[in-house]
Design a protein around this ligand. Structure first.
Ligand SMILES: Nc1ncnc2c1ncn2[C@@H]1O[C@H](COP(=O)(O)OP(=O)(O)OP(=O)(O)O)[C@@H](O)[C@H]1O
Ligand SMILES: [Mg+2]
Length: 237
């Protein structure tokens, strides 16, 4: 964290996205980076209260997604090596902002300059096209090869990078990294890790098929998550 300096001002500019816990801004100093801050309307104390017993016994710091993500991504670099960042957004540490500590990371953009849409949105618009299938398999392969510790692979926590012909080239997981278990994932015997990853990938596949089926049936886009706020769609200068 940069200290003894005036905090970076974010409050004036609109976030390009918001999740359940964080607001995502384009870094005003670098349009290829994003800065995530905790949502000011959802303080850690409220989050802990909402978790209920027994999770609410844990210290407040353990509910901070930014702190946890920073720790996890440093560990990824050390334990899994650089190749994991083909499918995970790179983390660039913290910056002090007027909205609290901001975690800086690689902002995934497409050749047209737009911020990459979530997998949920892309699938909804284009379906399970062959290029998307290839990219899904590449992500799954990476999870299997490196035994990447992650929470559920949710379709709004993955973004889709495309080439100038709008073919999918890369899926990038931007949230939900690290093991949900109390003990470090690499402490589990390898066969247990392999089995967990297989189950996780199976559920990922089911989620994709469910959304595709809903789309084919002409249903409504489920929930608000996965949408970028409209100003995220504007090309950058
Ligand atoms: N590095 C990135 N590049 C492009 N888009 C991103 C990036 N990080 C986040 N997004 C977009 O912003 C949305 C919200 O970000 P994120 O998932 O980190 O917030 P959150 O509050 O932690 O989410 P949750 O509701 O899952 O807890 C994502 O669904 C994604 O569409
Ligand atoms: Mg999220």
């Amino acid at each position: 964290m940069t200290q003894h300096m005036t905090p970076l001002v974010l409050a004036g500019q609109p976030p390009f996205a918001q999740g359940g816990h964080r607001l995502c801004f384009v870094d005003p100093r670098d349009s290829n980076r994003c800065i995530k801050v905790r949502r000011p309307d959802y303080p850690l104390s409220a989050l802990r209260r909402d978790k209920g017993f027994p999770k609410n016994l844990r210290p407040l710091s353990s509910f901070d997604d930014n702190a946890e993500e920073f720790r996890v991504l440093q560990q990824f670099q050390r334990r899994l090596g650089d190749s994991v960042f083909q499918h995970v957004s790179r983390c660039h540490g913290f910056v002090d902002t007027d909205l609290g500590p901001g975690l800086m990371s690689e902002l995934i953009r497409n050749p047209d300059g737009l911020i990459a849409p979530s997998l949920k949105l892309r699938l909804w618009h284009s379906g399970l096209t062959p290029d998307l299938e290839v990219a899904i398999n590449a992500l799954s392969h990476c999870w299997r090869e490196l035994l990447v510790p992650s929470r559920e692979l949710l379709l709004h926590n993955i973004v889709v990078q495309t080439d100038p012909q709008d073919q999918v080239v890369r899926l990038v997981v931007v949230d939900g990294l690290g093991s949900p278990l109390a003990l470090p994932f690499h402490w589990l015997p390898r066969p247990r890790r392999v089995a967990r990853i297989e189950r996780l990938l199976h559920r990922f596949r089911q989620r994709l098929q469910q959304l595709d089926a809903l789309r084919t049936a002409g249903g409504d886009f489920p929930g608000l998550r996965g949408h970028l706020l409209h100003y995220g769609q504007e090309p950058q200068p």
